[in-house]
Design a protein around this ligand. Structure first.
Ligand SMILES: Cc1cc2nc3c(=O)[nH]c(=O)nc-3n(C[C@H](O)[C@H](O)[C@H](O)COP(=O)(O)OP(=O)(O)OC[C@H]3O[C@@H](n4cnc5c(N)ncnc54)[C@H](O)[C@@H]3O)c2cc1C
Length: 317
């Protein structure tokens, strides 16, 4: 039972940000304790990359590497340097005074410094057929997966009408034979410049007032079934790829509003820093980044968080 065990640094999360922070903190002899979560937010310990197959853009793996294997390796590296890992989801934190209190199933822990790297979860629609075809043509990250061979010169579909959806649709035109955007309303929510880019691109067709209702295919995605929400008309669109671009939910609910966030729930940090407004609390990775959202950028922020925490702890002594 870990009741009131005191730690110098606790890291919450299990993606590239958390493990990079752990490697740096462990090598700095801070003996970090890391809570990796147990299906936290519906995602396995290891974070978002456990939900994908090939990762081709993480440096050091010229032939690419499977997402789950990359995360196993990061975890092994954390352990190798002395990180202690608990497969538990942090339910609640108390940040009102130092040391901070962290509540997990095995007990309450106190800590002088805290790194929050709980990531974000890409929103999905969970359409009929989706679980079976997930990662067999269906993805929630065009920048990550768009260049994979299965999408080359093939018809692709993007769901969403905001800036990210427009950005992703434009990006996918480099690879697909065509890109169909399914937009629920009769207008795009994206900036005017972004709208222009999409509407002027002859490889992109926009289906207005249109919602996906189902996905089908034998062993990979073949069709996206759609319905016009005005006329009720239904059709089956041939598609080798379906990309969700309907936003992400940062995993911050357990913080119960104790840290400042933007209007969409992403943690706010100081410029060029992972420090939150609360001294001793650092935020790294997708939980504070709605712009780049890549494994390598998350890892970079994890490194920053550990170095900043180390500096903070040294100043306290
Ligand atoms: C389908 C898909 C494919 C992708 N492909 C690529 C790619 O090819 N290349 C690339 O660079 N990026 C890719 N990305 C993006 C990449 O996965 C993320 O940018 C990266 O994983 C973010 O890392 P992170 O450390 O911030 O957290 P995450 O990977 O989001 O992990 C955080 C994890 O922390 C755990 N956690 C959450 N809450 C708690 C809690 N309260 N207590 C304990 N643990 C908790 C959960 O397991 C959570 O998943 C992909 C994303 C998706 C969804």
């Amino acid at each position: 039972m870990g009741t009131d065990t005191h730690e110098r640094i606790i890291i919450i999360g299990s993606g590239p940000a958390a493990h990079t922070a752990a490697v740096y903190a462990a090598r700095a002899e801070l003996s970090p304790l890391l809570f990796e979560g147990f299906m936290a937010g519906g995602v396995a310990a290891g974070g978002q990359l456990t939900t994908t197959t090939e990762v081709e853009n993480y440096p050091g793996f010229p032939e690419g590497i499977q997402g789950p294997e990359l995360m196993d390796r990061m975890r092994a590296q954390s352990l190798h340097h002395g990180t202690r890992i608990k497969t538990e989801t942090v339910a609640k934190v108390e940040l009102g005074s130092r040391p901070f209190r962290i509540h997990a199933p095995s007990g309450t822990y106190t800590t002088d410094a805290l790194v929050i790297s709980t990531g974000a979860t890409a929103k999905r629609m969970h359409l009929p057929g989706e679980e079976r075809l997930w990662q067999k043509g269906i993805s929630a990250c065009a920048v990550c997966d768009g260049a994979l061979p299965i999408f080359r010169n093939a018809p692709l579909v993007v769901i969403g009408g905001g800036d990210s959806a427009c950005e992703e649709a434009s990006y996918l035109t480099k690879f697909g034979s065509s890109v169909t955007m399914l937009v629920r309303r009769d207008e795009l929510r994206a900036s005017k410049a972004m709208q222009k880019r999409v509407l002027n691109n002859e490889k992109i067709r926009v289906l207005w007032n249109t919602e996906a209702t189902e996905v089908s295919g034998e062993d990979k995605l073949q069709y996206v079934h759609v319905k016009n929400n005005h006329s009720g008309e239904e059709q089956k669109i041939e598609a080798a790829g379906l990309f969700y671009a309907i936003g992400h939910t940062p995993n911050t609910a357990f913080l119960e509003g104790q840290l400042e966030t933007d209007e969409t729930g992403y943690l706010l940090t100081m410029p060029d820093s992972t420090a939150t407004a609360l001294p001793g609390v650092f935020a790294a990775g997708d939980v504070k980044d709605k712009v780049w959202r890549q494994a390598v950028t998350a890892a970079g922020m994890g490194c920053m968080a550990a170095l900043e925490a180390e500096r903070f702890l040294a100043e306290q002594e």
